[in-house]
Design a protein around this ligand. Sequence first.
Ligand SMILES: Cc1cc2nc3c(=O)[nH]c(=O)nc-3n(C[C@H](O)[C@H](O)[C@H](O)COP(=O)(O)O)c2cc1C
Length: 381
Amino acid sequence: MSDLRSLTCIEDLRKLAQRRVPRAFFDYAEAGSYAEETLRANRNDMEAINLRQRVLVDVSARDTATTILGEKVSVPIALGPVAMTGLERGDGEILACRAAHAAGIPFTMSTLSICSIEDVAAVVKNPFWFQLYVMKDRGFVRSLIERAAAAKCSALVLTVDLQVLGQRHIDIKNGLSVPPSLKIKNLINMVSKPRWVAGVLMGKRWTFGNLDGHVKGMAGARSLAQWVGTQFDATLNWKDVEWVKSIWPGKLVIKGILDPNDAELAVKTGADALVVSNHGGRQLDGAPSSISALPKIADAVGSEIELMFDGGVRSGQDVLRALALGARSCLIGRSYIFGLGAAGEAGVKRAIEIIRSELDVSMALTGLRTIQEITRDALAH
Ligand SMILES: Cc1cc2nc3c(=O)[nH]c(=O)nc-3n(C[C@H](O)[C@H](O)[C@H](O)COP(=O)(O)O)c2cc1C
């Protein structure tokens, strides 16, 4: 793709990714769990929030820059952790990290990435964030934390909403597997995606880079669900958060909070931030949309801890809505994964630029010049 300027919104990136990424991996990124009620609610509730149009305010000098966890950012978004990014496009984690850093925002690597912590650290200059899933083998969890510290990761994002896996029907139907299954049906679909084949099938990284060779029993697992079922620790509780905090030297973010009571408990751990999130509608189906949960959590703990938000952010207008309801920043998931599938590193850059420019224009049209000026007053009541 020589000119990405004709891709003017995240939906354009989504459509192109759908053409360029094999079906099993595109569907994996797009889907939600079970009947996808929460997935749909994330978008429907977001779209139902009206912004307040203000006029005749001098908005000639505007700035979308702010800080997240004390780090300077050009726009209040970060790339959230997305498992198997490197199967949406070869070396996807490296490409996404480079794009994020070039745009002046953080990148979060998932525990279940394809490139390893060391693969990415070897080729990027600035620190990235690492997302942790706690597995039963605490010796291995400790070693993952130590590897993230050795790679100078600047924040650890502890995900607390996936101790069992919410089922995505489509992944079962597609026979999703890591490494990619080379059954005839999948192969036919894959060979019609030359960019993907060049990057993934001809590349050298096909499996979970952080775990391969470190975790026993991966090879025998038939599916991600089965593997999570045997490895992830369903006993995970608040005491474990204390343990993680005691061995991680940097900033700690708790991801997956949807209830004000849990938010209060998260504050008590002394974590630096929490992410209001329902895992992009991929875990508890029937849970409220994250945008509807945000104001209650902001009222409960917004003055005590830095609040991040994710779930359904597809535009700069959505970032403005979340900030107006009390978030300091947003993680984006699918929005950048679609950019990656559509056009690699340039596609991720394009996704970030689309959201940044939409936020900038929407700030102007709501009469706001800086991120600090965004309050609930930015919403039409
Ligand atoms: C394909 C996919 C894989 C994900 N993998 C992880 C993961 O490994 N760890 C994690 O904490 N969250 C994971 N998430 C959740 C995202 O970090 C984030 O919460 C969610 O994507 C936000 O919703 P959005 O996609 O609507 O922006 C994943 C999301 C998607 C779409």
